[in-house]
Ligand binder design. Structure first.
Ligand SMILES: CC(C)(COP(=O)(O)OP(=O)(O)OC[C@H]1O[C@@H](n2cnc3c(N)ncnc32)[C@H](O)[C@@H]1OP(=O)(O)O)[C@@H](O)C(=O)NCCC(=O)NCCS
Length: 178
């Protein structure tokens, strides 16, 4: 059996993106336990507890690195401020990128900086030729982040489950070409 791992460590001027570690769990839980964040994400439960964060970080090593790359976003001064990462849905040719930033750090360009750097890594190190993403139709901030990172709308609007909202939510799909 062959197993390999291209360790992702992505550095920008202000941020370091790297695989989540067990010691991130409490900080992740403190930042993401905010309905205005979780309602914009597909696969995050609500309410969110530190046990959810511990379960999330404990599963990281079980993921196939060819398809799934969760990343913790660490600020060089402030420590962990959010998460990014790639997930490849079963039926998809391309990975999808997703992200969130703790509320106290919104509006300072961190999501755009992290996403742009993660896309460069996906192209140059992971060897991906395209990355998909989608934002709920009411998520104007994420629409801006994806546009600034170079995504274009595919024209597809799909009803995608939001665990926190408990119902399918119209989601505008976008694509980025390497
Ligand atoms: C979306 C999110 C990641 C943005 O993080 P951020 O670090 O504040 O993002 P940036 O600072 O890089 O860019 C935000 C952009 O959205 C704009 N924006 C923020 N709130 C907005 C709003 N309510 N309406 C319109 N634009 C808005 C900002 O002005 C900025 O665009 P600009 O540079 O053109 O002015 C953050 O709000 C978040 O975590 N939201 C909840 C989770 C989420 O939505 N994740 C993405 C799921 S698809």
């Amino acid at each position: 059996m062959c197993s390999y791992r291209i360790e992702a460590r992505i550095e920008t001027e202000r941020l370091i993106l790297r695989p989540p570690r067990p010691e991130d769990a409490e900080r992740i839980a403190a930042l993401i336990a905010d309905y205005d964040i979780v309602k914009m994400l597909s696969r995050v439960p609500w309410p969110y507890t530190v046990d959810d964060a511990r379960a999330f970080v404990s599963r990281v090593d079980e993921l196939d690195p060819a398809f799934d790359r969760p990343l913790t976003i660490e600020h060089r001064q402030h420590g962990v401020i959010g998460s990014s990462g790639f997930h490849t849905p079963a039926e998809s040719l391309f990975p999808e990128v997703g992200y969130w930033i703790g509320r106290e750090h919104w509006g300072q360009g961190y999501a755009t900086e992290a996403t742009t750097a993660a896309l460069g890594w996906a192209r140059d190190v992971w060897g991906k030729r395209a990355v998909a993403s989608g934002h709920h139709a009411d998520n104007t901030a994420s629409a801006r982040v994806l546009a600034k990172a170079g995504f274009l709308y595919t024209g597809d609007v799909i009803a995608r489950q939001s665990l926190a909202r408990g119902e399918p939510t119209p989601t505008r799909m976008m694509i980025w070409l390497a």
